[in-house]
Design a protein around this ligand. Sequence first.
Ligand code: BTN
Length: 321
Amino acid sequence: MRRAILELLRKAAGKYLSGEDIAARLKVSRTAVWKHIKELKNSGYEIESLSRSGYRLVNTPDKLLPELVQCGLENDIIGRHIEYFDEVGSTNVEAKRLASRGAADGTLVIGECQNTGQGRLNRSFFCPRGGIWFSVILRPPFLPQEAPKCTLMAAVAVADAMRSLKLDAGIKWPNDVLCQGKKLVGILTEMSAEVDQINYVVIGIGINAVIPAESFPADIRDRAASMSMLLGDFNRLDFFRQVLRNLEKLYKTVKAQGFAPLLTRWRELSVTLGKEVNVLGINEQFSGKAVDIADDGALLIDIGNEIKKVYAGDVSIRPKN
Ligand code: BTN
């Protein structure tokens, strides 16, 4: 109902619509309309009410509210269902909870800000307002060992959306999207599976969208940046929709054709391949040249006498200087 009222107000293009008119068109009482308008105002919509004229939509909030995200999205999997939080601990935690209760393939969990945002390797992640913090629940038909490649899918979706805004985005294996050497995006993929079947995959994506430079904590200031720092003003909501469209397209391609086309695009966007890197694992450290990504998503490192395979969950990669 809330969405239907918004749609009518939006179509009225800034003109007043009477409560009576809205009520008649949606077959509800005028009191119900009034209640929904009150709720919309509480969510941040600027709606003018004039006693004889009715209601007029003046402004929509700068938020990633489900009805705004879905408007013009036209995806049939990613974002068909959205769970929204103005403030949340971690969207990945919420997504896992929803997934274990049966949430559908493509369900999104969005948080305007996260108080306990989780990063890879048990690190915390800085998630203030203005960023885009969300998790996607997937129920892919492929085998559990393929799941880490969902991370690559997310990285390609975001990097390509950034490139359509003329940002020179590249992917640092496996999950960081960088611009001008600074991290703009982190991705954390988690999974629940049986031996031969995935129950669900949760891809958590954190994008430093509109965050002023001075907000970043001192310890990450030299390594991280935001899109607004590099681009100036841009439309966060439009950009988010583009990421979701890219994700949908990649997910459908992967389901239909496997990961090969995705890996081709990933290689084109990679800033890791061809570079000398240090690999820091729990039990070992070594350096070598990152030469390729294997069909299973592992990074292949040429250490001189051997090609070593490293997996995303186990290591962090640093440029060798
Ligand atoms: C990393 O680079 O270490 C991964 C960071 C992943 C952050 C995102 S933000 C949305 C989702 N919810 C979380 O708690 N983490 C991921």
